[in-house]
Design a protein around this ligand. Structure first.
Ligand SMILES: Cc1ncc(COP(=O)(O)O)c(C=O)c1O
Ligand SMILES: [Zn+2]
Length: 413
């Protein structure tokens, strides 16, 4: 790590800078590296599987001498031929992030952010979350012996809240939206001197999520697919996935960049709307400091991507625009349908947000914005067990029978 650069105005800060936002314009920061070390070290990673994300030390902003107490990352990339066939694609893959310790991709970000918290001597980590970033922070804080304070909207699904409480975090369920929880966490972190891990605002979160791209590159033998499809709320996962591509390119490890597609609910489409708005304007140069991310009133069944005001919005919009990807919105009904479709054809059970990329892929095939032979990786960002209530809305409940063979026979008829 050699410093920071502002996502919007590109002003740089030295590595010793200890703020989270650009002092010039207030936007989020991006971490800069010396790519020469990675160019040498990374090819050695090909042909092996990573132990965890700390294997990619040359392109991480933190350093760990001892193994991290939980295995972060090193998740499987599955070929999904039957799901691909049903979605109209010959080369579909799923990156199964539910295999992380707290069952979502958020553990990648939390590991890097909490390692940074340790390096700065922080004792308490705070986070605002729709649920997963919180349960991830609580999980890793428990493993590392740090305190965790988590701000969630009171409507967060019960499994996520129970997970948080089980890990021993102090859980503050805010009467209001995720956005209200975010503002409160900011103010409280300032007031009480907590290390704020909140998504996007904390530049270390993107650095964790980018390791997902490195693993895809490694699993595909040193290449990236034609497309990576990502569910988008705050926009930090998608900006992390794109950062991973930019890193590999800067280190000379890939020549061809993938397109990064954003999958959003029609009822929470801040990033998609902004991408479509900006694409109307065909000018070659763009002043990102003057770009306004659309605000929405989000209310989707996919609670993890219900965000009014995306906290890594500029970086997310840049990921789609710079990569030439699509910003797709789908109705909630298609997100719910994608849950059993993925589960039945692959054995991977996604939460609603994690099913959104599949719903988006089907849309893109239907409107012919992607070809049948493009290779596509859908990021399955969280486990279906995170929100069984929503899955039950589409798969229903089992038939209850008497304990007799006759009853079984009747059901089989
Ligand atoms: C399972 C899952 N998928 C997708 C997202 C969206 O990520 P982001 O808010 O960084 O866009 C989240 C965020 O909470 C999530 O938990
Ligand atoms: Zn700036």
């Amino acid at each position: 790590m050699i410093g920071y650069s502002c996502i919007a105005c590109a002003e740089t800060q030295p590595a010793e800078y200890d703020g989270f936002l650009c002092p010039a314009c207030g936007n989020n920061l991006d971490i800069l590296y010396d790519y020469a070390a990675a160019a040498e070290a990374f090819p050695r990673q090909l042909g092996s599987s990573p132990v965890d994300i700390f294997d990619f030390a040359e392109l991480l902003p933190v350093f760990r001498k001892t193994p991290f107490p939980l295995r972060i990352g090193a998740t499987p990339l599955y070929a999904a031929p039957r799901l691909g066939e049903s979605a109209g694609l010959a080369n579909l893959y799923l990156k199964d992030e539910s295999c992380n310790p707290s069952a979502s991709i958020k553990d990648r970000a939390s590991a890097i952010a909490l390692q940074r918290a340790l390096e700065t001597g922080a004792g308490v980590v705070a986070v605002a979350s729709t649920g997963n970033a919180g349960s991830s922070t609580a999980c890793l804080a428990a493993a590392l012996g740090l305190g965790a304070v988590v701000f969630v909207p009171e409507s967060a699904p019960v499994p996520k809240l129970t997970q948080l409480l089980s890990y021993g975090a102090r859980v503050l369920a805010v009467r209001g939206s995720y956005d209200d929880a975010f503002e409160l966490c900011l103010a409280a972190s300032e007031e009480f001197g907590w290390f704020n891990r909140s998504t996007g605002h904390n530049p270390f979160t993107r650095e964790g999520k980018k390791t997902c791209t490195y693993e895809i590159w490694q699993a595909l033998g040193g290449e990236l697919p034609d497309r990576i499809v990502v569910a988008v709320g705050d926009g930090n996962i998608i900006s992390g996935i794109w950062k991973g591509c930019r890193d590999l390119h800067a280190a000379g490890l890939i020549e061809r960049m993938p397109r990064i597609d954003a999958a959003q609910s029609e009822s929470s489409a801040a990033i998609s709307r902004t991408v479509h708005k900006l694409r109307q304007d065909k000018s070659d140069t763009r002043d990102w400091t003057s770009v306004e991310i659309d605000e929405v009133e989000a209310h989707t069944v996919a609670d993890s991507i219900a965000v009014n005001r995306p906290r890594d919005g500029i970086a997310a919009v840049k990921a789609v625009i710079e990569s030439g990807g699509e910003a797709v919105t789908v109705p909630d009904s298609e997100i719910l349908e994608a849950i059993p479709q993925m589960s039945r054809l692959t054995g991977v059970f996604p939460e609603p947000a994690a099913a959104a990329p599949l719903a988006a892929v089907k849309r893109m095939r239907a409107d012919k914005s992607i070809d049948v032979d493009e290779s596509v990786v859908c990021i399955v960002s969280g486990s279906g067990l995170k929100d069984v209530g929503r899955a039950a809305e589409i798969v229903g409940n089992p038939i209850i029978i008497e304990p007799s063979l006759e009853a079984v026979r009747k059901c089989l008829r």
